[in-house]
Design a protein around this ligand. Structure first.
Ligand SMILES: Cc1ncc(COP(=O)(O)O)c(C=O)c1O
Length: 364
């Protein structure tokens, strides 16, 4: 099976499994797991931030970060298409009493400064209004097809945030993909943010875990919130060991995923009935639509699945294929071949597609 649904399907590498087996361990709630401490130091140094905290997931990393920035009853400005707003079960609102203020999302995942200004224009000393404390940015932006905005944009948001006394949290689940796409070190990106979270468990192939980085006092708050949220881990070195290998060995190879994603995108756009939707600078994700009356997005996914290729849907019927360490050149070749067969008249492919369509119609 060619698994293009997400880079979260990556499996730990043999080197990670060996590191897991050999990891020196302690109780991390006591601050005594040497492997978790090593990972945190390594991550903080890579990002040029004073401190870092190892988290069980990107969701908890974002949640604890938002709660650390925002007292109860204050607002966090978020992209209305962000993972934080759409896919994280409203955690900061439920656990932290924080109000999400969704802001329109530009095609590159950025939030226009005029929209940010509008979102806080009522934010005066008038006691009727909740005060905003935080801007959350997502880079690369998942629902914008893994697209990346520029460093100069980040610099402008920093200037705006400073003027309005707002903090910036960066959801950089795939931060190193963004760094490679922009041709800079990750530290160059996160210098504009007060805090950042990135995931070890996506394109970097570690099985579990994320990092939050920021100032010493911010990270101390996040660590307390992690415990409060139930994320204090004991022998955390078991998973941190894989995270260390991820940072040492898996970052630069992300460029290969980007090359394959570009190849896939170019191939797709040449197939009649497929329309590319990925705008701007790309990372490892390809967004597209099927525009062929024989298929709905559901039946196209089902037909591809029947031929050994898995892709997903990412809202509004858009299809998504994500490249990662488990995808080879041959997989891209085969994916394009299968899509061509399904859309350009291969009888076996079409029969399968029609069967899938009928099946789906019966289900409705
Ligand atoms: C942009 C972004 N942020 C946060 C997350 C949440 O990470 P996790 O699945 O580790 O909770 C994801 C997961 O896909 C994501 O894509």
């Amino acid at each position: 099976m060619i698994e293009l649904r997400s880079d979260t399907f990556t499996l730990p590498t043999p080197e990670m499994m060996a590191a897991i087996a050999d990891a020196p361990l302690g109780d991390d709630v006591y601050g005594e797991d040497p492997t978790a401490l090593r990972l945190e130091r390594m991550a903080a140094d890579m990002l040029n931030k004073p401190a870092a905290c190892f988290m069980p997931s990107g969701t908890m990393a974002n949640l604890a970060s938002i709660m650390a920035h925002c007292p109860r009853g204050t607002k966090a400005l978020v992209s209305g298409q962000s993972d934080i707003y759409i896919y994280e079960a409203g955690g900061a609102s439920i656990c932290g009493g924080v109000i999400y203020e969704p802001v329109p999302t530009q095609s590159d995942g950025s939030l226009a400064l005029t929209d940010l200004a509008r979102a806080i224009e009522e934010d005066t000393n008038d006691p009727q209004f909740a005060r905003a404390r935080l801007i959350c940015l997502e880079l690369p932006h998942n629902r914008c097809g893994g697209s990346v905005f520029s460093l100069s944009y980040l610099q402008q948001v920093r200037g705006f945030a400073d003027k309005k006394r707002l903090a910036i949290h960066l959801d950089g689940a795939r931060l190193f993909n963004a760094a490679i796409a922009l041709g800079v070190e990750a530290a160059e990106i996160v210098r504009y943010a007060n805090s950042v979270q990135f995931c070890l468990s996506k394109g970097l192939s570690a099985p579990i875990g994320s990092i939050v980085a920021g100032s010493e006092s911010f990270v101390a708050d996040v660590r307390r919130l992690r415990k409060m949220l139930g994320g204090g881990m004991r022998q955390a070195g078991i998973i941190a060991a894989a995270g260390i290998v991820a940072l040492e060995r898996m970052v630069s190879r992300l460029a290969e995923d980007h090359r394959r994603a570009r190849w896939l995108a170019e191939g797709l756009s040449a197939i009649p009935g497929l329309k590319l939707e990925t705008p701007g600078t790309m990372t490892n994700s390809v967004l597209f639509r099927v525009e062929d009356e024989r298929y709905s997005w559901e039946t196209f996914i089902a037909a591809l699945h029947g031929k050994g290729v898995r892709i997903s849907e990412l809202g509004y019927g858009r299809l998504r294929a994500v490249t990662h360490a488990g995808i080879t050149d041959e997989d891209i070749r085969k994916t394009l071949r299968v899509m061509t067969e399904l859309l350009c008249g291969d009888p076996v492919g079409n029969k399968l597609a029609y069967a899938a369509k009928d099946h789906n119609e019966e289900l409705r």
